[in-house]
Design a protein around this ligand. Structure first.
Ligand code: SF4
Length: 400
């Protein structure tokens, strides 16, 4: 820990963290600061270009502008960011370039300008199609603005994903299912559906927990209701023509899946720039996770004087690698890639894992699937829907 982050080993996946929001939503634990002024956002864009460095990188397969609220930067700054990326790495027309959008911060003309700058996919933070839910969550937009953003994005030919949140206090499973029908009806290609959690440090946590209006053990996840919502989400969206390819991710067609997220879940190296951005690097020293500290002022100050931004890093042990692969694999329909586990963690660890997975088959939590019967080398441990609902717990049991 506390070693400086890498200047950036070459990878094909780039994440840029844009740490600005108009106002903090009550539930949000992502790193961002409120009410960025124009000058600060200009400095941010310049410093991203500096952090990217001058070294030529390999062709990029995905670029993801997340946050925060990247759409708050405006199309001109987003174009500058993407120009800086292209100056350093080839970005072909097949590269997936995603922009996270808050519906209140961009209109059709802005989306069109972002498309001209190279964005080809947007992830819109809709969260709900019910105004009272949006108000309760502290969102700055209403349902009408949300629908409008989806319509604008689709009409411009952008691949379009929406984020939704379930498990609000008082929300019934039936009301949530109606939200999913509305979401499907708006024509989006992709839906990410997350359970509301009370994260320490958020206004929601302070209001609900510190004032004694809820009981918590660090983090509230109402398990039993959560599972009912989880199964209702998968069943409803599959009926509406979406494939649940990950615990929270649903695509109409295979090509609508998020390639950036798939790469991260498959444990492929990626580079993150911007305050609070994480990277996963595989180089001569091993498998390493590095992260810029969540401090915008320090990040700007360091890059403006030509230094590396404050960061930490951790070298992953074979046990940690195995646990990460298993956890991520159990969240995805593709399951756990045992060939990769074997290469990173050794035959003994994989044999032990397979033994435990075989025992879980009887309980209907996972299945073992190979390329052909008896082909043990190609076997993947694939979660059933029941297994996906219990992914974290099963991962602990498999790696214990
Ligand atoms: S807009 Fe997104 S990143 Fe910003 S506070 Fe709300 S949830 Fe968090």
């Amino acid at each position: 820990m506390n070693a400086p982050a890498s200047g950036g080993a070459p990878t094909s996946h780039l994440y840029i963290h844009v740490p600005f929001c108009v106002r903090k939503c009550r539930y949000c634990a992502f790193y961002s600061v409120e009410a960025a002024d124009e000058g600060l956002m200009d400095r941010f864009v310049t410093c991203v270009a500096t952090e990217l460095g001058s070294r030529r990188g390999p062709a990029l397969e995905t670029v993801y502008l997340g946050g925060g609220t990247p759409s708050l930067l405006g199309a001109a700054r987003i174009a500058r960011l993407l120009d800086a990326v292209r100056e350093r790495s080839p970005v072909s027309s097949t590269c997936e370039v995603t922009l996270e959008v808050n519906p209140e911060t961009i209109d059709r003309a802005g989306l069109q300008a972002c498309r001209s700058a190279g964005v080809n996919r947007v992830s819109i933070g809709i969260q709900s199609f019910v105004d009272s839910n949006l108000e309760w969550l502290g969102r700055i937009h209403d349902a009408h603005r949300g629908r409008q953003a989806v319509e604008d994005s689709l009409s411009l030919g952008l691949r379009t994903s929406i984020d939704l949140i379930y498990g609000l206090p008082g929300q019934s499973v039936r009301a949530w299912e109606e939200e999913l029908v509305n979401a499907s009806g708006c024509g989006t290609d992709h839906i990410s559906a997350y359970e509301l959690t009370w994260e320490p440090g958020t206004p929601l946590y302070r209001e609900r927990v510190q004032e004694g209006r809820a009981t918590v053990g660090g983090r509230i996840v109402r398990r039993s209701m959560g599972e009912r919502f989880f199964f209702a989400t998968h069943e409803t969206l599959e009926r509406l023509g979406f494939e649940g390819y990950e615990v929270s991710s649903f695509a109409r067609r295979t090509q609508d899946r998020s390639r950036h997220n798939l790469a991260t879940w498959a444990h492929r190296p990626y580079r993150g720039v911007g305050p609070a951005a994480h990277s996963y690097v595989v180089d001569g020293s091993g498998h390493r996770r590095t992260w810029n500290r969540p401090e915008l002022a320090a990040w700007l100050e360091a890059l403006e004087r030509g230094a590396r931004p404050p960061a930490d890093s951790e070298l992953l042990s074979p046990e940690q690698l195995l646990m990460e692969r298993v956890m991520l694999g159990l969240r995805c329909r593709e399951g756990i890639d045992l060939e990769a586990c074997r290469a990173e963690c050794g035959e003994t660890a994989v044999e032990r894992l397979l033994e435990r997975a075989s025992a879980m088959c009887a309980a209907g939590a996972v299945e073992l699937r190979g390329r052909s019967p008896g082909d043990r080398a190609s076997v993947r441990v694939v979660p059933t829907l029941k297994g996906m609902a219990l992914a974290d717990r099963l991962a602990l049991e498999l790696c214990d």
